[in-house]
Design a protein around this ligand. Structure first.
Ligand code: WTA
Length: 655
């Protein structure tokens, strides 16, 4: 663990004494206001989750709520359901039939509203299209798309026919896409010609073509015409088909496949502490119950609400809180395609005003950008529709929290700081806005039914006021079931550090009142603008370059991005460092992974600090990069390396 950083974070947080009780007007209308929910859920968590499950549609009711043999969980055993049926058909016999399910705003300003009925029809047509392409139950479908309604339609179409989807964030490069497709052995890829971003076009089809040169399992590629900059000659005959042509003559109905509760709903690749991304496996019943219940209670969702989660669907937050959670609740979910500063820095607030957004869920990194841009942008708009704010993805500093509460929420909206992970499927630590007294910077308490603890190296609960590792002692419905194709990694990664207990990889502190404060990752995962990356992935990308002998990447604290990538590189013999080479290396990382992984700084060094057993000491590199007093250097093979590095880094920083 980066001990100094952690101590610093703890110190800052310890000074935080402000408290925000739920405003009486909010409490009055809240979905949950009785704190007894915690006790009730903890007395019988299975019963608690089963009650939530009863609000959904099951073709066949479950026989047993939970089958638990650590680390293997099965939820709602024997139950049969379909996620698309729950997100669509279930609402069609109600007043929601003609209610907006999705409100889409494209970056150029185009709008589309799909009612539940519309969405149902489009999902059925695309599901039939997938079937026509040969996709059947169990086949994997890869989605590499911009933030447009077709992405949600494709996900639900997959769910409808029982084909697990694997969404790859549109900002990933061709190489990253190729690796994820090949690991999932997907049969079909769905993409678009491009998407709009800051006035330009993201070249998705071009990247997809490059990836597909090395994806032997892909038989067909469906292309949405979004930007319209490609003609028919961009389609590879026999492989590619336009989305609009595929769905044109499809029947408007497609039966929803009754799935076992434990059938796979989707794979989602995420970065861990090795160079190889892992495919987290999420299943049907437990996941749906988890996202359904958390959306309803944490966001205090009402029938009339417009819910806006700003996450890209390429990340888990978009899966759970743009698509599945809101739609399972029959809510109106808003999606926006582009960046917050296009054409101006008030774009989000213009959207809030235009659609009268009630609930806004976003990331600390975005909040810090807005804070830097200044209050004048939100002040241009009437944002009185907002009732509740949320954040996710990284620790939020109290200053940003307070700014969000005041400048965006007008001082009247509770802020729910929600902690969870790709692996957990849904929120696990968060306030309940009608009950919890908030402390800026704390995610507060475990959700009802969740058993979160903070432990020391030996796995013992730490006393109030001290820090340690965040663990989860009890299974929860949306948890990942395994790593696709690598069950051993699932066991090693999550269940071996403390046997029988889920290890989150996060550091945390619990204060005297039991509030949980997240302190960041304790492994080699970093969060750059909320995007999850592994330092090992970046290192593999760097050493893949012909000039590089060795590389170490670290996350360095950054005022807006949370963390920024800094890489230390040793070159092969006879290779000279130069600004041009530095730029080439950064570009190489972009090519291998994507622009999100581009290092802010590359420092060339003759040697890297290593332990006597040859392990690179990233902690020391972090200390150097952040200009801190160096921690323990006694295990270094060559202490001289650090001194010279420190000096060099200081010089570079000045230059
Ligand atoms: C971090 C995102 C502090 C944490 C849903 C976790 C947070 C990782 C918070 C998972 C929060 C997420 N406060 N840290 N409210 N939410 N994190 O898989 O380090 O992209 O382990 O899932 O983000 O990132 P992932």
């Amino acid at each position: 663990m980066a001990q100094h950083q952690e101590q610093h974070t703890i110190d800052v947080l310890l000074e935080e004494t402000r408290k925000y009780p739920p405003p009486p007007a909010f409490v009055q209308q809240a979905n949950v206001k009785d704190p007894a929910i915690y006790e009730e859920a903890n007395r019988d968590p299975e019963q608690f989750w089963a009650r939530a499950a009863e609000e959904l549609h099951w073709f066949k009711r479950w026989d047993k709520v939970l089958e638990w043999q650590a680390p293997s969980a099965q939820w709602f055993v024997g139950g049969k359901l379909n996620v698309a049926y729950n997100c669509l058909d279930r609402h069609l016999a109600t007043a929601r039939k003609n209610k907006a399910a999705l409100i889409f705003e494209g970056e150029p300003g185009d709008e589309r509203v799909l009612t539940y009925q519309d969405l149902h029809r489009e999902v059925c047509r695309f599901a039939n299209g997938l079937k026509q392409l040969g996709v059947g139950k169990g086949d994997r479908v890869n989605l590499y798309m911009p933030m447009i309604p077709e992405l949600v339609i494709a996900m639900l179409a997959c769910a409808r026919i029982g084909a697990p989807h694997s969404v790859v964030f549109g900002g990933f490069s061709a190489d990253a896409l190729r690796d994820r497709i090949n690991d999932a052995q997907a049969k079909v890829l769905v993409t678009a010609d491009g998407g709009w971003r800051r006035g330009g076009i993201t070249q998705l089809k071009r990247a997809a073509d490059e990836a597909l040169r090395q994806c032997p399992t892909i038989e067909k590629c469906v292309v949405v015409k979004r930007t319209g900059h490609l003609g028919n000659d961009a389609l590879q005959p026999g492989r590619d088909v336009w989305w609009h042509e595929l769905v044109q003559s499809q029947p408007l109905e497609c039966p929803a496949e009754p799935m076992e509760a434990e059938d796979v709903l989707y794979l989602l690749y995420t970065s861990g502490s090795t160079g190889k991304p892992k495919g987290t496996v999420h299943t049907t019943g437990g996941y749906l119950v988890g996202v359904y219940a958390t959306t309803k209670w944490i966001f205090d969702l009402k029938e009339e609400d417009t819910f806006w989660c700003t996450a890209d669907i390429g990340w888990v937050t978009g899966h759970s809180y743009v698509a599945y959670g809101p739609l399972a609740n029959g809510a109106t979910s808003l999606m926006y395609e582009g960046t917050p500063d296009y054409p101006q820095r008030d774009r989000w607030w213009a959207i809030v005003e235009k659609y009268r957004v009630n609930i806004l869920y976003t990331a600390p990194t975005a909040i810090r950008s807005f804070m830097r841009w200044g209050e004048e942008y939100p002040m241009r708009h009437d944002m009185s529709s907002l009732r509740l704010l949320g954040t996710v993805g990284e620790p939020i500093n109290p200053e940003a929290w307070v700014w969000y509460h005041k400048a965006i929420g007008g001082g009247r909206c509770p802020v729910v700081d929600t902690w969870w992970q790709t692996e957990t499927g849904h929120i696990l630590i968060s306030p309940l806005p009608g009950i919890t007294e908030l402390k800026p910077g704390s995610a507060t308490f475990a959700f009802p039914g969740i058993d979160a603890d903070v432990v020391d190296d030996q796995g013992r609960s730490v006393p109030p006021g001290s820090g340690g590792y965040l663990v989860l002692r009890r299974p929860w419905p949306g948890m990942l079931r395994t790593i696709y194709g690598d069950p051993q990694r699932y066991v090693n990664q999550y269940w071996s550090r403390f046997p029988g207990v889920y290890f989150t990889g996060d550091g945390a502190k619990r204060d005297e009142e039991g509030y949980i404060w997240l302190l960041g990752r304790v492994d080699d995962v970093i969060k750059v603008s909320g995007h999850r990356l592994s330092t090992m992935e970046i290192e593999s990308a760097l050493v893949d370059h012909p000039s590089v002998a060795e590389a170490a990447a670290i996350g360095k604290g950054h005022q807006v991005k949370g963390e920024a990538v800094v890489a230390f590189v040793t070159l092969k013999e006879h290779i000279q460092s130069s600004p041009l080479l530095e730029e080439n290396l950064k570009q190489h990382v972009v090519h291998k992974i994507g622009a999100i992984a581009r290092p802010d700084d590359i420092l060339f060094t003759a040697e890297l600090p290593k332990t006597r057993s040859g392990k690179i000491m990233r902690r020391l590199l972090r200390d150097i990069a952040e200009g801190r007093v160096l921690g323990d250097t006694t295990t270094l093979a060559d202490p001289g390396v650090v001194q010279s590095l420190k000096q060099r880094y200081g010089e570079e920083a000045e230059a």
